[in-house]
Design a binder for this molecule. Sequence first.
Ligand code: BES
Ligand code: ZN
Ligand code: ZN
Length: 477
Amino acid sequence: MLKISLKKTDFAQTKAELSIVFVIDKNLKHPWIELKTLKEFDYKGEGLFLDQQNKTLYAGISPYNADMMREVSAQVVRYIKKTPFKNAKIGIYGDGEMNKAMFLGLLLGDYEFYQYKTKPNPAALNEIFIAHESFDKAPIAPLGKILDMVEVIASGVNLARDTINTPPEYATPVFLADLAQKIATNNHLECKIGDEKFLKKEKMLAFLAVNRASSHPPRLIHLSYKPQKSKAKIVLVGKGLTYDSGGLSLKPADYMVTMKADKSGGCAVLAIIDICAKIGVEAEIHAIIGATENMIGGNAYKPDDVLFAREGKSIEVRNTDAEGRLVLADCLSYAQDLEPDYLIDFATLTGACVLGLGEYTSGIMGHNEALKSRFEALALQSGELMARLPFNRHLAKLIESKIADVCNVASSRYGGAITAGMFLSEFIRPQYKDKWLHIDIAGPAYVEKEWDINAFGASGAGVRAGVEFVLDVAKRG
Ligand code: BES
Ligand code: ZN
Ligand code: ZN
């Protein structure tokens, strides 16, 4: 990870190969801004401009807010990585929230996935100095604390990104279980790994059906973090489809590509518990991941099958590509046995959610309006885009089955994200309905182009929002 060093010198005194100067709201009047050259090159404070002579990179931030600060900081890192500069310095802008946004943008913007390139071309940039000109007035401690926290969050997000980006033949359910075990060992967490035998014993027959045609065995991963002081018990559930071919309802070739990212929900909850344990939050956290592939073969589960889920309900399968909800139904059932105060699942569940909200926004569903709004506000504060999608009684009818208790696909293609959420709701017990949220991250989890603070590929969607929520629960219950 890029090194960020706090320097007890003012901006001018701090030595670096390159200066980074933010231009706030196109205001070019600032002691660090060399007006003469900017006028010469007609730079008006929008976008990036490298003043070669003065070795200064100007970056416009407008409107001036934490989201733009984060995004522009990421752009700055990407730009410098294309140059031979080995280090650069930045001054301090704004309050703690702005500093946090800047650090996050720098560290998350630096991420690239080149593990599988035989000739990687690493950038020269390795360190950024933060020149705090008035350390005596504003002591280094708060800034140092913010940086420590951001470094933990960024390495968690980047761990999720790396895991999601890992090809499906490597990142199998057993690989995810091994990773969970490592995270547990590093943070002194409890780690329970359930294999096929365990899933049979637990009557998780919907989960097992999805796995049947895969040559990789399934795993139910359960990590728990139990601090001495705890305000509440939060149970997180993640969809961990290490590959989704669609099964016998096979995906068209173009839609199958990127389905290694169908484990993004599982990777997100692994990262959230890793980050929160490192921070030492005062809330009990459980992370449950249903890890399997959805493949084809002579033993594959079929459209027309009826499955018996752990909650005791029967499911008519009409499309084997709606597999995530089957795995989640059984994992949510297992999760409720832990008696959570909050139950939140993260899943790349539907293409419909991407159609509805666009590639950059996750959908928040559930029965508790206040809880949905709270999560939405915290997600936005963390820098993730999320929006609420409302359940309604008319859509509920679309997943009725003539031959079983519920059908795994709706009878209409309209409202697919919501009907998938309402399918999950069928497996939530009455006393947990108001404690449960479903987060559909299908859009932002994996985008095949650079956007915001994200490189091509996995973004780590859900991680920052989830951490923000846990921190809020640890504060307010
Ligand atoms: N993993 C997919 C959803 C998905 C689509 C995630 C695009 C990321 C990007 C999920 O298992 C799926 O295939 N859902 C189907 C459901 C349908 C059969 C009701 C879908 O969305 O088409
Ligand atoms: Zn699918
Ligand atoms: Zn899927």
